[in-house]
Write a protein of this length. Sequence first.
Length: 188
Amino acid sequence: MDSHQWNKIIGSVLGTILFVLVVRAVGEAIFFPEELEEPAIKIAGTETAPAEGAAPAAPAESLPDFAAAIPAADTMQGGMIAERCMVCHGWDKGGPAMIGPNLYGVVGRAKAAATDFDYSPALREKGGNWTYEDLYTFLLQPGVYAPGTKMAFAGIPRTQDRLNLIAFLRMQADMPAELPAAGAAPAP
């Protein structure tokens, strides 16, 4: 092949590329894609911001009988689930706060009580102690339980995983928190 034929080949390739770019630019100028109101594909673990003025919907899930569910829960499995929490939390006695507060003795402890951690106003306003019901609901969706919380965690959707984690956290204390009476109605 001589140089004249190479010039034709290179010119054809460059002409094709230029043609594709022009067609694309014209197509984008003519057709405007519609913006979706909500994602076409929902990915587990992501949250969409609620509309202004709208309160987030509370999860429509009934609470288990903690007097029976916590003793039946698998604390070993709960410890494996808790490994996800180790990035932000510790549960060693007297351990310091990290990205999140230390969770040693959290079951039954007052909410926002760790003195070495700056809690969000949303969690400070909750008041009261961390009951089994509160932990169960919080672990499902922290952002729904306490809108405005600093905890950027989507939650634990599986019921048994939450129960296992709560059983594990219950054991991370000098004296495990008492279980509620069997069949006791959860606090509102």
